[in-house]
Design a protein around this ligand. Structure first.
Ligand SMILES: *Cc1c(COP(=O)(O)O)cnc(C)c1O
Length: 452
């Protein structure tokens, strides 16, 4: 029987019909979608940016809001038909301001990279100097790496971490005084210590620079008071919504005390400039379905369940760190203050070999550069472990201990041939793949971010 859109009144009916039709009409994609679900259940993700979204988030993302074109902002659109999306976007904005204690929130950026480029391109002119954390030391690509827009359109200077893996604030201060950047960027993608936003602001103020904090990795810790908040220290804060917040893929731009101050050198407030930097400067119509999912994400972020989830992330991080140290692994900084554990591997094992050998046994971890790295970014000498995925599986000490045993057993059983090649015996691979598979069954993914 032919169904028309008009006869389908509810979102649920639509999604169910979509499921049936996809399986019928596009077997290839449908099969791959199902295999991916199985992969996610049957592998252990120790990827620092990992999270599994709740069914409510998935549902909001797959809603018919995707059909609406809504350039502009709530109450001021370039398109008709926006009465409900206006309310949805306003909810997302209000909730973002509430959970981050911010004065301004832009919820339209499609990703955190987009959000960063919106800020950079609105504040700076091509050729201006920026100061950000070097990629090798844990900074993000968008903070000035030469292979990106941020490092080729601007004169990007990088600061570093010391031997303990802590940001060298004396160097940041000296580089700021020497190069007089217009914008300083703080925040990282592979950093296990606390970022001193207050100190960054002092350095920025001493040279009249603007400070941007990118908290993509630690947004949950910030919201729940487990990491200092940059909102009133940085002029502008950016984050993604799909890492610690366990929301849809997307970006967020925030501003606190400085929201209604004039941007130095420009005749406009931060609030107005940031708004324009998204649309019309860099983006067209927003993904309203993702904005609805962001609203849902921000509501969960107020809940006790979310608070407990972020607490669990910290608990698992400390447990894993101690277990790895007991096994003799070299942990950068000997500790973690967030969800990230940076491992410097034994000299003979490169990051790429460890990553590939572990993946063969269903443990998903990223290779990572380490401070003072001598190898290229495709090889590296370290691993970056994150505990969001294990927290969502409610891992306890016993489970953590099992993973560390398995990781250690795999890494000691590989035969290293050179920097990229190794041999892992079939029987070893099968043995540990099975052990990881049982661990996955013993600790299934649970929904921390769904209210009980
Ligand atoms: C992951 C990350 C980003 C990029 O996020 P996308 O939404 O994938 O573009 C930006 N900054 C930092 C610090 C990150 O860790």
């Amino acid at each position: 029987m032919e169904k028309t859109y008009n006869t389908i009144k509810s979102q649920v009916d639509l999604l169910n019909q979509g499921n049936v039709e996809l399986a019928k009409n596009d077997i290839e994609v449908s099969k791959l979608l199902n295999r991916e679900i199985e992969r996610q259940h049957k592998t252990l993700s120790l990827v620092a940016s990992c999270c599994t979204v709740s069914p409510s988030i998935l549902y909001a993302m797959s809603s018919t809001l995707v059909n609406v074109t809504a350039e502009g902002k709530p109450g001021k659109r370039y398109h008709a038909g926006c009465e409900f999306v206006d309310e949805i976007e306003q909810l997302a904005i209000d909730r973002a301001c509430e959970i981050f204690k911010a004065q301004y929130a832009g919820v339209q950026p499609h990703s955190a990279s987009n959000a960063n480029y919106q800020v950079l391109s609105a504040i700076l002119n091509p050729g201006d100097t920026i100061l950000g954390m070097s990629l090798d030391d844990g900074g993000h690509l968008t903070h000035g790496s030469k292979v990106t827009f941020s490092g080729s359109y601007y004169n990007a200077i990088g600061y570093h971490v010391n031997d303990q893996g802590i940001i060298n604030y004396d160097e940041v201060d000296a580089l700021a005084k020497k190069h007089k950047p217009k914008l300083i960027i703080c925040g990282a993608t592979a950093y296990s210590q606390v970022v001193d936003f207050k100190k960054f602001r002092e350095i920025a103020d001493s040279i009249d620079a603007i400070l941007m904090a990118d908290i993509s990795h630690i947004a949950g810790l910030v919201i729940t008071g487990r990491h200092p908040s940059p909102i009133d220290y940085a002029h502008i804060t950016t984050t993604c919504t799909h890492k610690q917040l366990a929301g849809p893929r997307g970006g967020l731009i925030l501003s606190g005390n400085d929201a209604d101050n004039i941007v130095p050198g420009k005749n406009i407030t931060f609030r107005k400039l940031l708004q324009k930097s998204i649309f019309p400067w860099m983006q067209g119509a927003p993904a309203v379905n993702n904005i609805a999912a962001k609203a849902v994400t921000f509501e969960y972020a107020k809940s006790k369940e979310f608070y407990d989830y972020i607490g669990k992330i910290r608990e698992v991080a400390d447990t894993m760190t101690n277990l790895l140290i007991e096994k003799g692994y070299n942990i950068i900084g000997n500790s973690t203050k967030n969800h990230t554990i940076l491992v410097k591997l034994p000299e003979s094992i490169t990051g790429i070999i460890a990553e590939e050998a572990l993946e063969e046994c269903s443990i998903i971890i990223n290779k990572n550069r380490v401070p003072g790295e001598q190898r290229s970014s495709t090889i590296t000498s370290g691993l970056r472990i994150g505990t969001g995925g294990l927290a969502q599986r409610h891992f306890d000490k016993k489970g953590c201990s099992k993973i560390v045993d398995i990781i250690s057993a795999i890494l000691t059983n590989i035969k290293i041939l050179d920097e990229k090649n190794y041999e892992l015996k079939d029987e070893i691979r099968v043995k540990y793949k099975n052990e990881v598979s049982s661990l996955c069954d013993e600790y299934p993914i649970k929904n921390y971010c769904e209210k009980n």
